[in-house]
Design a protein around this ligand. Structure first.
Ligand code: SF4
Ligand code: SF4
Length: 343
């Protein structure tokens, strides 16, 4: 059995584990490197990325850059996210160009900056160019920046934006990802427990294994059953001392809206808290903000960690200065550590 880094276990035991989700679908390598850099400086314990070789390389570069600048930093675990069946985290927007009127309404809705265009009334004058070489003056979409949050969908009244689902990995490639530097894995279950059990037996062991259940697809009884299955499978494969995280996903990728979106995750976590133990750690995800740790504890749901994605990315994208981005990320990551928990 591969032991989990003792620092990570301590953070989980102290209810201070912090994971940054960059995006299971996100394939923009510059963004992955930038966020890995910022949140390594901030002290994140794990950086959750898409399961592509180049994603791991980019995260590693960002982490290495931060560690070079500050030798006191603890290296965060690179976690790759994989899915069993269809999952909201593994989808991307597809643009139907023939329906798009270039109205630009979707641009401000995207926390990832996937849409670009000139402001209304500032349309460029391309009349001097031959018509065959005139580029679209108003609008473009970069699918590699999309992480599937769905915030843009209501803004489009022309049926130009639709989701496509995809599967992010092949089992055999997980070994390659490990060789490149992935030390942790997250498996999104989707309530297909038989498929999960079969899949889990087939994959290599990771130093830290996290299992994501929820996303509005399971009622409390199903959550308990899924969590019990996970715990049993981990025990069967690695023995009873292998640590695992059960991540309870609430309203996936909704934290950027800032609308009390964490309540679903907190209430779902409540239903499995009796399974928390020295080796089974519970973590919140899906709609998580800087307030969620406090809220969970005030509600009596004493989770071990939080995973924050779109909330952090949206805020960071509005800050221009790199040092200020790092400062904000540090405040966010340190938030759990500033609390006094009565266990
Ligand atoms: S708003 Fe969300 S779903 Fe739409 S393009 Fe941006 S990241 Fe993708
Ligand atoms: S809102 Fe729809 S029609 Fe308007 S620019 Fe975006 S994709 Fe095109």
């Amino acid at each position: 059995m591969i032991q989990t880094d003792s620092h990570v276990i301590t953070k989980l035991e102290e209810h201070k584990f912090y994971k940054l989700i960059i995006g299971a679908a996100l394939k923009d390598y510059k963004t992955i490197e930038e966020y890995a850099y910022l949140f390594s400086h901030a002290g994140a314990d794990a950086i959750d990325i898409s399961a592509f070789p180049h994603s791991v390389v980019s995260a590693k570069q960002g982490i290495a850059q931060a560690l070079t600048q500050d030798s006191k930093l603890k290296e965060p675990l690179i976690m790759v996210s994989v899915n069993i069946g269809q999952d909201p985290h593994f989808r991307r927007i597809e643009l139907n160009e023939s329906n798009c009127t270039e109205c630009l309404a979707c641009i401000p809705t995207c926390p990832s900056g996937a849409f670009k265009g000139t402001e209304k009334g500032e349309e460029k004058d391309n009349s001097h160019l031959p018509s065959s070489s005139v580029p679209s003056p108003r609008f473009s979409y970069n699918e590699n920046l999309c992480f599937g949050c769905s915030l843009c969908l209501p803004s489009c009244h022309f049926d130009a934006l639709k989701f496509t689902n995809w599967s992010a990995f092949e089992t055999k490639s997980l070994i390659e990802l490990q060789e490149l530097g992935a030390r942790a894995i997250e498996i999104h279950l989707n309530n297909d427990l038989d498929a999960f059990s079969e899949f889990y037996k087939s994959i290599p062991e990771f130093e830290l294994e996290s299992f994501c259940i929820g996303s509005g697809q399971m009622d409390p009884a199903q959550l308990v059953k899924a969590a019990e299955t996970i715990i049993q499978e981990v025990k069967n494969k690695h023995g009873s001392s292998k640590a695992c995280i059960i991540q309870i996903d609430g309203q996936a990728m909704s934290g950027a809206t800032g609308q009390n979106t964490d309540i679903i995750s907190i209430e779902a976590a409540r239903s499995i808290m009796h399974l928390q133990s020295d080796t089974v750690f519970i973590q919140l995800a899906g709609g998580i903000t800087d307030k969620s740790f406090n809220k969970a504890f005030e509600a009596g749901v004493k989770v071990n960690g939080v995973a924050i994605g779109s909330f952090a990315r949206k805020k960071i994208s509005t800050i221009k200065d790199v040092d200020k981005k790092i400062e904000w990320a540090k405040t966010l990551v340190k938030n759990p550590g500033t609390l006094s928990f009565d266990n």
